[in-house]
Design a protein around this ligand. Structure first.
Ligand code: SME
Length: 157
């Protein structure tokens, strides 16, 4: 499936209220990883209660030790503070980067906003160098907007 073809599928998953929030998020991770060859690790992090840290939610790909990331640390922690997309074409160029796997060459992190508040993010690692374009950014912004519609998304953790 192309990115455009994936959009209605993502919408459908979000509205599956018979599934728990984490199951819906996992389905989104799975469908993205399975359909886009340069999306090799796909996961969601959310603000951990009232702490200034992110907590790993659903993901597909290699297990990571980085289930908690303090705000400001790594690409994810920087997005928690900047409220902006972060596209890293080559992770070797980044000083403030948390390596999860030696196979990862690039990363994209897009924040999730609920009522204007940065509540979490989608994080995607790629084993390909410089794979992400503005098309990915716009598509992942769409995914994050859909995820923000899940009723209890802010109460998840
Ligand atoms: N590389 C991320 C850490 C999370 S892993 O990619 C799963 C970072 O620098 O924040």
């Amino acid at each position: 499936m192309t990115l455009e073809e994936l959009k209605p599928e993502i919408k459908l998953i979000v509205t599956q209220e018979n599934l728990s929030t984490d199951k819906r998020l996992l389905k989104i991770c799975k469908i993205l990883e399975a359909n886009i060859d340069y999306y090799n690790w796909v996961g969601f992090y959310f603000k951990n209660g009232d702490k200034d840290e992110l907590k790993l939610s659903s993901y597909v790909g290699e297990p990571t030790n980085h289930t908690i990331i303090p705000f400001g640390k790594g690409i994810c922690g920087q997005v928690a503070l900047s409220n902006q997309n972060f596209v890293v074409s080559d992770v070797n160029t980044q000083d403030n980067y948390i390596a999860c796997s030696i196979t990862v060459k690039a990363e994209i992190v897009i924040p999730i906003f609920v009522n204007g508040e940065n509540v979490g993010q989608i994080d995607i690692d790629s084993n390909t160098l410089n794979p992400f374009t503005e098309v990915d950014e716009r598509f992942l912004e769409f995914v994050c907007k859909q995820v923000a519609k899940i009723n209890d998304i802010t109460y998840q953790f």
